[in-house]
Design a binder for this molecule. Structure first.
Ligand SMILES: *[C@@H]1O[C@H](CO)[C@@H](O)[C@H](O)[C@H]1NC(C)=O
Ligand SMILES: *[C@@H]1O[C@H](CO)[C@@H](O)[C@H](O)[C@H]1NC(C)=O
Ligand SMILES: *[C@@H]1O[C@H](CO)[C@@H](O)[C@H](O)[C@H]1NC(C)=O
Ligand SMILES: *[C@@H]1O[C@H](CO)[C@@H](O)[C@H](O)[C@H]1NC(C)=O
Ligand SMILES: *[C@H]1O[C@@H](CO)[C@H](O)[C@@H](O)[C@@H]1NC(C)=O
Length: 573
């Protein structure tokens, strides 16, 4: 029992590689041997984000907490801005805002990780000792699970990690496990005298989270049944399994079970490159997880974020009693652009996650610490937004801003019908069709981020409301990158998600964190989140503008808008 009060240190590390049976490394990402080890000479600053975490240069993708310090371990290429030479970069912070980079924590050095030190997670053992489980690639190119421990627990930054030869690897892929698709051990949880962890895998097209049990953390035995699996979902990367309270925003240690909680299983689906989750029940007797019948299990399921957001992990932060989600946001430009920029990949702003009172989905909100970066504030209240009207938010740094707005919808009479032939599982298709330019009934209304002076470039983030026979109202949130840049050769998708709200109060809120080349948005208080990467050519630095707009036939009231110019945190390298 004492263990339940001990805390899990979550460490989030990601793996993007597979190794095929010919022993050839095969990445989900393309490999670029010609660029892999080029040293970036110039780090281009134009689209570089200011308040989102990124290492000084090069390609990153992943994130931890222990004894008052937040640790972030990430898959990092020290030699170039494309995937390759992957080691565990390590940065530390007291608030997840200001960061200090340390020497790499883990890099290939032993037989059991000779060909790669990929993602993993951390757990805090009962004596308050952190331990990392990670995937190593051995000389036969098999994916094995290893452990690493801090060399000196008195060092508050846990700078040095050791990988004892004794007992490593702790898990070998057994008969029946595909050794080329067996990675990303989760944070372990303690239950009935055993530690448990999930490891991502697949068999044919079935995605699998294998379950392993151990008494001592070093000798692991595969359970007869996986924790969960689902057909036609492909490889499951970075499985994350944790409890959430039925009500309230407080987070829970990973080992908590009981009638007062539900469980969440998140998997990163390698085939679609999005992070999906289900809300469900952990059947303790059977040691299996079963999604609720309100959660779709697969590609049409709920996503943490409907934009660029992958390989995320959560951790329980005991200091603030919250569960924090951190995801990796890749670039939407080309590999050669990344080489020119000298950097690629940022982290989304860490988000507090909790169960929506409707118990069907999670809620997400930027950690409160972000607000310490808020500088100059501009407020606009009670303004009408008629059809076609824009209101510019002046006096803030529109390229680096936190904006939070509440719209009031005076009438829902003009809501446009939802054509039954449209897909209720593919919001992006609907956003592509309807966009911000096609006039609607109620909506499109929302924000125009990173807009150039004459609107040659802009990224609209907006709502559109439909009515249908199935459900009274269908609310769509879009973050449409199609007009974001005059530059060609970029990935400019009209990202979108549905928002599960009843509109009884006739209000919809939207918060966007705009940071040069990223627009990270939270619809309806964090019910639906979308992160877009955009690379304007005109709407840069002081030439970027921010507007609220309405292109629906129904007048909308901009009830309250607050925008804050954002300061740049310290990211010491
Ligand atoms: C461990 O870390 C502490 C605090 O930084 C330091 O004083 C001590 O010398 C370190 N011990 C070793 C063996 O490095
Ligand atoms: C094992 O995984 C690899 C990598 O994804 C895949 O190429 C291979 O087909 C899988 N083997 C089997 C038997 O499913
Ligand atoms: C879903 O599950 C709940 C109980 O968990 C049950 O009451 C309900 O009837 C189920 N709905 C469907 C459509 O199966
Ligand atoms: C609003 O609609 C008009 C007419 O279609 C279009 O020209 C304009 O670009 C739209 N505004 C936005 C923000 O998309
Ligand atoms: C991010 O980049 C875009 C454009 O290249 C790809 O389409 C996405 O699949 C990719 N996302 C991830 C998680 O790798």
């Amino acid at each position: 029992m004492a263990v339940l009060t001990l805390l899990s240190l979550a460490l989030f590390i990601i793996t993007f590689l597979g190794v095929n049976n010919n022993g050839q490394v095969e990445a989900s990402h393309q490999l670029y041997p010609q660029f892999q080890s080029l040293t970036a000479i110039n780090v281009l600053q134009l689209h570089r984000t200011a308040f989102h975490f990124q290492p000084p240069q090069n390609w990153i993708n992943a994130p931890m907490y222990y004894n008052g310090i937040y640790h972030f371990f990430y898959q990092y290429n020290p030699k170039g801005a494309v995937w390759g030479n992957i080691i565990w970069g390590h940065s530390v912070s007291k608030d997840m805002i200001d960061w200090k980079a340390l020497d790499p924590a883990i890099y290939p050095s032993r037989r059991f990780d000779k060909n790669g030190a990929w993602s993993g997670s951390a757990t805090i053992l009962p004596n308050n000792k952190p331990i990392i489980l990670y995937t190593g690639v051995d000389p036969s190119d098999r994916q094995v699970q290893n452990y690493a421990v801090p060399a000196n627990l008195s060092d508050p930054y846990l700078r040095k990690w050791i990988k004892p030869a004794r007992l490593n690897p702790v898990v070998d892929p057994d008969q029946g496990v595909n050794a080329s698709a067996f990675r990303d051990p989760s944070t372990a949880w303690w239950l009935n005298g055993h530690w448990r962890m999930a490891v991502g895998s697949k068999r044919n097209h079935r995605g699998i989270a294998y379950l392993y049990r151990s008494r001592d953390f070093f000798h692991w035995v595969k359970a007869k049944h996986p924790l969960h699996s689902a057909p036609h979902t492909g490889m499951w990367e970075c499985p994350d399994f944790y409890p959430v309270l039925l009500s309230g925003k407080q987070g829970l240690d990973t080992s908590v079970v009981g009638k007062h909680v539900k469980h969440v299983l998140k998997v990163s689906l390698d085939v679609t490159r999005y992070d999906y989750y289900t809300v469900g029940t952990y059947l303790i007797g059977k040691d299996r997880y079963v999604p609720d019948n309100t959660s779709v299990d697969g590609w049409a399921g709920l996503r943490y974020d409907y934009g660029n957001f992958y390989a995320s992990k959560t951790f329980f932060d005991p200091a603030k009693k919250r569960r924090v989600l951190w995801g990796w946001v890749n670039e939407s430009d080309s590999t050669s652009d990344d080489v020119k920029k000298g950097w690629a990949g940022i982290q989304a702003i860490p988000r507090t996650v909790w169960l929506d009172p409707n118990q069907r989905q999670l809620m997400q909100w930027p950690i409160q610490e972000l607000e310490t970066l808020r500088g100059k504030n501009v407020q606009i209240s009670h303004r009408m937004l008629k059809t076609g009207q824009h209101i510019e938010v002046e006096g803030i740094t529109a390229a680096q801003v936190d904006v939070d707005v509440t719209f009031f919808i005076p009438s829902l009479d003009k809501v446009e019908p939802f054509n039954p032939s449209w897909s209720l599982t593919d919001a992006q298709l609907l956003c592509a069709k309807k966009g911000s330019k096609v006039q609607g009934g109620v909506g499109p209304f929302g924000l125009l981020a990173l807009a150039s002076e004459n609107l040659e470039e802009y990224t609209p983030v907006f709502f559109r409301i439909f009515k249908s026979s199935i459900k009274k109202h269908i609310v769509l949130l879009c973050s449409d990158a199609r007009s974001s840049s005059l530059e060609g050769g970029l990935y400019k998708p009209p990202f979108a998600g549905f928002v599960d709200v009843d509109l009884a109060d006739q209000k919809l809120s939207l918060r966007s964190l705009i940071d040069h080349s990223v627009v990270e948005s939270f619809g309806a208080g964090g019910k639906t989140c979308i992160t877009s990467r955009v690379y304007p050519t005109l709407a840069v630095l002081e030439n970027a503008h921010l507007h609220a707009f309405n292109n629906g036939s129904q007048t909308i009231v901009l009830e309250n808008l607050n925008a804050w110019s954002m300061k740049k945190p310290l990211m010491m390298n």
